[in-house]
Design a protein around this ligand. Structure first.
Ligand code: IPD
Length: 269
């Protein structure tokens, strides 16, 4: 049916919660220490695939006319104009090591998800299953964090100086890109209060929305790492930009209050 944003936001939350419960409840005990490195990685891939299959099944039941773009499967085109962009486990290395910082990200998007800058999320949720924290937003209605103690409206940090800013970032998996990313970090580190590399881009963006980080940048993100979190930052009053100040993309994402995004972009862009 027609895209009622409240309905899409509710579906995003319900699906992110169900998939999040699956990955945390069925995470094999001892995953981080047992077996060989490659078999451990296989288990993570299996859980990633199971979580994405669950999301795809639920979307097929509830939103049969929508498209789906995910990390683990082929993208399916829809006819409704809505494409769900999903990350079944964001923070897979944390998941492997049992570091409780991973999430399921679900976003309902409009536009052409195959072209950078040609699409955007209009409703989305990022669910942290270990802490039972649900970050969610829909366009024009603000961003919220639902915890076991209630619902909190989110707004980005009011820090305005780089030397007082706690900055989040992350690194891709490609060694050549990492060499460049290391050089960029070396430039940024002396300018900021400190740096965190928490291991989940979706949660990093939600941390910016909740002012748990003042500002964030990363290059090499995929649409599913970014889709819901970008909307949540915007709805919390933040700015999200990419290379040259254009749309956020795989090249670059900088997120935070505008007053911090500008100087970070000057350092990393
Ligand atoms: C990764 C995480 C990480 C970021 C990487 C992503 P994944 O996603 O979000 O924080 O630095 O760029 O690929 O692989 O755990 O879904």
């Amino acid at each position: 049916g027609p895209a009622d944003l409240g309905t899409l936001e509710t579906i995003a939350c319900e699906l992110a919660r169900e998939a999040g419960r699956l990955v945390v409840d069925e995470r094999p005990a001892g995953l981080g220490v047992s077996a060989t490195k490659s078999s451990r990685t296989d288990i993570v891939t299996i859980m990633d695939t199971r979580s994405e299959q669950l999301l795809r099944e639920r979307l097929a039941e509830r939103r049969p006319d929508d498209g789906v773009l995910g990390e683990e499967g082929d993208s399916t085109a829809g006819t409704s104009g809505i494409t769900w962009v999903v990350d079944p486990i964001d923070g897979t290395v944390n998941y492997l090591y049992d570091i409780p910082q991973y999430a399921v990200s679900v976003a309902a998007c409009v536009g052409d998800t195959t072209r950078p800058g040609a699409w955007r999320a209009v409703a989305g949720a990022v669910y942290h299953p270990v802490l039972d924290e649900m970050f969610h937003a829909r366009e024009g209605a603000g961003a919220f964090l639902r915890t076991t103690t209630g619902v909190h409206a989110l707004s980005v940090s009011s820090v305005s100086r780089l030397d007082e800013a706690l900055l989040g970032t992350g690194f891709g998996y490609d060694a050549q890109k990492r060499a460049r990313q290391g050089a960029v970090v070396a430039r940024v580190l002396p300018e900021v209060r400190d740096i965190r590399r928490a291991g989940s881009a979706a949660l990093d963006l939600c941390a910016v929305a909740a002012a748990r980080l003042d500002v964030y940048y990363e290059s090499g993100l995929n649409p599913w790492d970014l889709a819901a979190g970008e909307l949540i930052v915007r709805e919390a009053g933040g700015e999200v930009v990419g290379r040259g100040g254009g749309p956020a993309s795989a090249d670059l994402v900088v997120a935070g209050p505008a007053v911090l995004v500008a100087p970070i972009r000057a350092l990393v862009d």
